[in-house]
Design a protein around this ligand. Structure first.
Ligand code: NAD
Ligand code: FES
Length: 294
């Protein structure tokens, strides 16, 4: 069992938990994720890692209530425990595996949208720990939905906060800030990392393509079981078929077919849609989720 040491509500429907998981904490890297399960019958929930303390053996997760399982999870308190806390899973962020001198030679722009701020935080923290100052844009619908601002401020070189309704920081979406920094202020970046809702990543990529700014995105939102079995996270990257939970979750955003991914995400929500996907995709749909008749 994996004990919850701290459970805190960050904003409406958004929760943070510190979980005692020494083995995961010892080896996890930015970009990776874990699968949690509340009990034997519980659904497997893939969640990005928000922070980790290797010495204390603690992993921090942040999640949003999106269905019955996450609603139940939000009811857990400090002292309760998860039955399973499996990880780290997926591939770490590219820069973790690259030559440090090369990474240090680049100008990074991180773009975090809503709950996507949680997986961006350990990446920016990694940069800070390696002596790299990066620019960070954090976008939220409004002031009340902004999360981890202080934490991000302590690790970012420059932090630009924006809200869709202008209730805090700048007024507008993250794309408006990118345009301001690059087009109006003449800032130059070599890499953009954008993590947030699918629609945000799609429009950030459309803009950064025009700007000639290579962009990495995290396709976590399309994962269902996180094990490579259900086929839900199948996506097209360039001319290749990939699975977000095994090959990702991070990909070259300029090659991701967002429209297809968002359409599949909608279809996967219904039984009829899943049956349709299985008929269309055959073996490459895996079918191991148990929902497709296999
Ligand atoms: P949200 O809808 O509040 O959006 C966050 C920000 O994204 C907005 O403030 C805005 O700046 C930007 N944005 C939204 N639509 C945009 C558009 N059309 N053009 C440009 N910018 C746009 O976000 P939320 O409710 O916190 O998001 C929840 C979603 O985030 C869930 O679907 C969840 O799956 C996903 N999520 C993704 C990751 C990931 O790894 N990619 C991690 C956690 C959560
Ligand atoms: Fe990747 Fe199920 S989430 S196959």
């Amino acid at each position: 069992m994996y004990q919850i040491l701290k459970a805190e509500q960050l904003a409406d429907k958004i929760y943070l938990m510190d979980v005692k998981a020494p083995r995961v904490a010892r080896s996890c890297q930015p970009g990776e994720f874990v699968i949690v399960r509340m009990d034997e019958k519980g659904e497997r929930i893939p969640l990005t890692i928000c922070d980790f303390d290797r010495e204390q053996g603690i992993v921090t997760i942040v999640f949003q209530i999106v269905g019955a399982s996450t609603l139940r999870m939000a009811g857990l308190k400090a002292g309760d425990a998860f039955q399973d806390f499996v990880g780290p899973l997926g591939q770490p962020s590219e820069f973790v595996k690259e030559d440090l001198a090369e990474v240090k030679g680049r100008r990074y722009l991180f773009v975090a949208g809503g709950v996507g701020t949680a997986p961006v935080y350990p990446q920016v923290k990694w940069m800070k720990e390696h002596g790299i100052d990066v620019d960070v844009i954090v976008g939220a619908k409004n002031k009340d939905l902004l999360i981890l601002e202080k934490e991000m401020e302590s690790v970012a070189g420059n932090l630009y906060v924006t809200t869709d309704d202008g209730s805090y920081g700048r007024h507008g979406m993250v794309t408006a800030v990118i345009e301001d920094l690059v087009k109006d202020q003449g800032k130059h970046y070599d890499v953009c990392v954008a993590i947030g809702p699918m629609i945000m990543m799609k429009f950030v990529c459309k803009l950064t393509k025009e700007l000639g700014l290579p962009t990495i995105v995290s396709m976590n939102p399309i994962m269902v079981d996180g094990t490579g079995m259900c086929g839900a996270c199948r996506l097209t990257v360039g001319d290749e078929v990939k699975f977000a939970c095994v090959d990702g979750p991070e990909f070259d955003g300029h090659l991701v077919d967002f429209d297809e991914a968002m359409k599949r995400q909608q279809m996967y929500k219904t039984e009829e849609g899943r049956a349709m996907l299985k008929a269309m995709e055959g073996d490459t749909h895996h079918g191991g989720c148990g929902n497709c008749g296999d």
